[in-house]
Design a protein around this ligand. Structure first.
Ligand SMILES: *Cc1c(COP(=O)(O)O)cnc(C)c1O
Length: 667
């Protein structure tokens, strides 16, 4: 028997409360103190984990709407980012003090995780205070980081460590060499031997003593989705034999003192801390050996990979992690300290490149539900009966379905299901053989789904689902159409089945009575979310509230829906930059929200999303040409009387306004 949530608790306590919703959606588990639910059923963000200082997301979205900023909108919370950075700093400081570690610690932010200027500036602005730095993995990123570190932190920022990973050509290394001369604390990490030769060449040419890092190919393997980041078959790094060759090479050029850093990166979202411990242990041994050979080593860079507990389960599972930031820090410090102490080598400065762990929590996407599609459990029997009577000879399977529907009771659910399944199958074969009319096929389908739907309702009221019905809740679940593109806003959900927590941001003091999956507005059938976070099960539908029709039909008789907003959380890492222009749906608006001294939320920055014009230009359309072509075509149609002048004017206006507008639907 499978359990049907959520009505248990409401059933026991009578009244559904916001706390029931918080528990249902696992908010305390994955929210980690940053996200909660208030008594009026709204999602609250607590940027500094200070319960006295909260931001009501529904209020923010309503406020933005009043200002003409529509969903989908990405909310960024700089204060969450700051809090995360301080937490990582604090965890390492705590571990180092406790264990008597003397080498120190810096975190460098790999900007590839989220290169948005506002995000990087926030981090660079805190870098001096926290002794953090930046990491670049490509030429454009290097140029961004060089510029950022020149202006972002004011005086003193020149000391901010800059680590360069990734492939480097002659020009890249020449730039790095000159930046060193400029006074930057920049460390190119050698990924392949030829880079070392270039570094030495330029160092000599410019008379610079560079700081050099080596990325080591460890035998310890990575794990999970990014297991290829480490191990002997990894794309990057030097084999130990090559590291030894590098030592000889540098010695021969009188530059062994320049070998300052050893680096490894075992993968992203390391869900099992064991993997990291093994890698760090191996790297520390290599460090000590090279140090004893006379290398000027002083830094040990353990790469990125500190994970985020997306599903709140705190387990060694791909969308979770089985450790806290504090445990991560304690384990890293402990491993390095033990190896160095027994080798009698001074403690190196530890560097980590924890990108995801820094930024994931700081962004939330808010999207609106446009409408739903669902199976009807109460079909219009009168119409159906009329249709059946109109047939000269009503097909037997349809009569059977009608009978099964009418005679359903709480006690014969299984029997009704079997009868209905059989009759549906018979109906479909009759139709395929040409013995059943299209209207009768329509009736058969309607009745079958109505039976399944009632069956689920009845079974849920009992709180238990017979095994035979187990696939039904998914099959029968609603589809909620949402105003966003999965490919733009949460691409990892599609690419690697990454789970992100999703919660309605209001109405949480109402029981969510529907179950559904989410579909985006791309025309791609992959554009849907049909896996949801849960601590225990692989959850294929989520609980949602009934979408209410907007009060009163509009003039044309079409009824819209009342706003229903969902929040997708923990989107700060990788999603923005990996997002693509599928169906030409562009960047969403992004708004930076913070709290002022009085505890009121305020808007720090609005970064408008792409307009249609912008995305068209990106794929090489000439927008004035498009407009001109449309104008000529409309002119001709008006001349030939296919459009009135007024209609032509409206169409042209719609076209021009559309080009200037948001790529998403603006209800
Ligand atoms: C991607 C990457 C990182 C960041 O990894 P996270 O899992 O986001 O912490 C760090 N270092 C290197 C070399 C990387 O390629």
């Amino acid at each position: 028997m499978a359990t049907i949530t959520p009505s248990r608790s409401a059933f026991l306590h009578g009244q559904w409360t916001a706390a029931d919703s918080a528990a249902l959606y696992g908010v305390p588990d994955w929210g980690k103190g940053y996200v909660g639910v208030n008594a009026s059923g709204h999602v609250m963000v607590t940027p500094g984990k200070d319960p006295g200082k909260q931001i009501d997301l529904f209020e923010v979205v309503s406020g933005l709407r009043e200002r003409g900023i529509h969903t989908p909108v990405l909310l960024r919370f700089n204060d969450i980012l700051t809090h995360r950075l301080r937490e990582i700093r604090g965890a390492f400081d705590g571990a180092m003090t406790e264990q008597g570690y003397t080498g120190g610690y810096s975190c460098v932010y790999p900007i590839k995780v989220n290169q948005q200027r506002h995000v990087c500036e926030q981090i660079a602005g805190l870098a001096v205070e926290l002794n953090f730095g930046l990491e670049a993995g490509s030429k454009p990123e290097l140029l961004a980081v060089l510029g950022l570190s020149a202006t972002a932190g004011g005086p003193g920022v020149n000391g901010l460590p800059i680590i360069c990973n990734g492939f480097k050509d002659d020009e890249f290394i020449e730039t790095v060499t000159l930046a060193t001369k400029l006074g930057r604390n920049i460390i190119p990490v050698v990924e392949k031997f030829s880079e070392l030769e270039l570094i030495v060449k330029h160092a000599k040419a410019y008379g610079v003593r560079p700081k050099i890092g080596l990325r080591v190919k460890l035998s310890a393997r990575g794990a999970g989705r990014w297991e290829g980041s480490a191990g002997v078959r990894s794309k990057f790094g030097l084999f130990v034999s090559e590291c030894l060759k590098a030592v000889e090479f540098l010695k021969a050029h009188g530059m062994l003192d320049c070998l300052n850093l050893l680096h490894c990166h075992v993968g992203s979202q390391l869900f099992d801390i064991k993997v990291l411990k093994n890698a760090v242990n191996e790297l520390a041994h290599v460090y000590c050996e090279l140090k004893k050979m006379g290398a000027g080593l002083s830094m040990l860079d353990i790469g990125g990979g500190m994970g985020v507990d997306y599903d709140g389960s705190q387990s060694a599972w791909s969308s979770s992690i089985n450790y806290t930031v504090q445990e991560y820090a304690a384990d890293v410090v402990y491993r390095i300290k033990s190896v160095c102490d027994s080798a009698e080598v001074p403690h190196p400065k530890i560097i980590s490149e924890s990108g995801r762990a820094m930024v994931a929590y700081s962004s939330v996407l808010i999207l609106d539900v446009l409408g739903t599609s669902r199976f009807e459990s109460n079909p219009d029997l009168e119409t159906i009966e009329k249709a059946v009577k109109a047939e000269t000879e009503a097909p037997q399977p349809v009569l059977d379905l009608l009978e099964a529907y009418r005679s359903m009771t709480d006690r014969n659910l299984l029997e009704a299901y079997h009868d209905a399944t059989q009759a549906r199958d018979e109906a479909m074969s009759l139709f395929s053989l040409g013995y059943m009319s299209l209207p009768m096929r329509g009736v058969a389908e309607q009745l079958f789904w109505a039976i399944c739907s009632r069956l689920l309702d009845k079974a849920s009221k009992k709180g238990e689902l017979p095994e035979e019905f187990e696939g039904l809740p998914e099959l029968m679940s609603d589809i909620y159409f949402c105003n966003f593109s999965l490919f733009q806003s949460m691409p990892d959900s599609w690419a690697i089945d990454q789970l992100f927590p999703i919660v309605p941001i209001h109405r949480l003091n109402e029981e969510p009575t529907r179950r559904g999956i989410l579909a985006d507005i791309t025309c791609d059938s992959d554009g849907k979310v049909d896996h949801f976070v849960d601590k225990r099960i692989d959850k294929k539908t989520m609980e949602l509230h009934e979408v209410k029709p907007a009060p009163g039909p509009e003039a044309d008789g079409v009824t819209g829906v009342e706003p229903y907003y969902l929040g997708v959380f923990l989107l700060g890492a990788y999603q923005e930059i990996l997002g693509d222009l599928h169906n030409l749906l562009g960047d969403t608006h992004a708004v930076h929200i913070s709290l002022d001294e009085t505890g009121e939320w305020e808007i720090d920055e609005v970064i408008e999303g792409d307009t249609v014009e912008e995305v068209l230009a990106y794929v090489q359309y000439d927008v004035p040409d498009l407009k001109k072509a449309m104008r000529l075509d409309i002119e001709a149609a008006c001349r030939q009387g296919r459009l009135t002048l007024a209609e032509g004017k409206s169409l042209l206006k719609y076209y021009d306004d559309g080009l200037e507008g948001y790529t998403y639907l603006e209800g």
